[in-house]
Design a protein around this ligand. Structure first.
Ligand code: CA
Length: 228
């Protein structure tokens, strides 16, 4: 079933662009140019994700987010803030008011989609996704956030666990470093994390996995893939 995304944005160029990018990936998109319209749509729809502009003509995006969070229906909905402001202070405020991630305009389509996918995945894993992911001798308990190799618990750093989770969820598919940066490191991107970080973490992770690590392939110029 297609995920529904509510886009609250008053600039038509931006909202049309968002709609186009998201619909190309088969998301169902609802557009609201004002907070008022967003409230109306929210009373009749239950979007899986909300993309919210900080500066709306009738209300501060932060205020609207706070309001959505206070409703029963809106509590678990991930919110991706969209803003032209670049200051870290704004970013922190946005997140502390219940926004889950932050994207600065102008944005890149790939970056947007990676964030959207990561937020939706986080939400699904909290709701009804399987609590365990398995591939061969490797098992990830997503409830306890613990990895097991041949039944023995592995000591992993959080990012290593998240990388494994991404690889297992998309077994057989190549995950680009850019995708891993966005989905595993998320909005820490601005903290000077580069694709080198992915490689370093990946090589550390492979060592910890012993012979299972050989199932993780590096495809030069593309990224990483886990094979069965
Ligand atoms: Ca605006």
């Amino acid at each position: 079933m297609a995920h529904t995304i509510l886009v609250v944005e008053d600039e038509e160029v931006t909202s049309n662009l968002l709609k186009e990018i998201l619909e190309r990936e088969n998301y169902k998109v609802l557009l609201a140019p004002t907070a008022f319209r967003a409230r109306g749509l929210l009373s009749k729809n239950s979007p899986d994700l909300i993309i919210l502009d900080r500066r709306l003509p009738d209300q501060d995006g932060l205020e609207l987010c706070k309001e959505i969070r206070q409703r029963d229906k809106g509590k678990g909905v991930p919110v991706l803030f969209l803003t032209a402001k670049k200051s870290i202070a704004d970013k922190v405020t946005g997140l502390s008011l219940g926004g889950d991630d932050y994207l600065v305009k102008p944005f890149d389509a790939q970056e947007l989609l990676a964030r959207v996918e990561a937020l939706l995945r986080r939400r699904i894993s909290q709701e009804d996704a399987p609590a365990v992911l398995q591939s061969g001798d490797l098992k990830l308990d997503l409830t306890r956030i613990q990895a097991f190799l041949k039944g023995k618990p592995l000591k992993l750093w959080p990012k290593e666990f998240e990388i494994l989770r991404a690889l297992l969820e998309k077994k057989g598919r190549v995950l680009s470093r850019e995708f891993l940066l966005q989905s595993v490191w998320g909005y820490e991107k601005e903290l000077h994390i580069t694709s080198k970080t992915v490689d370093v973490t990946m090589s550390r992770l492979r060592k910890k996995l012993g012979s299972f690590g050989d199932k993780i392939f590096f495809i030069k110029g593309y990224g990483y893939r886990l094979d069965e």
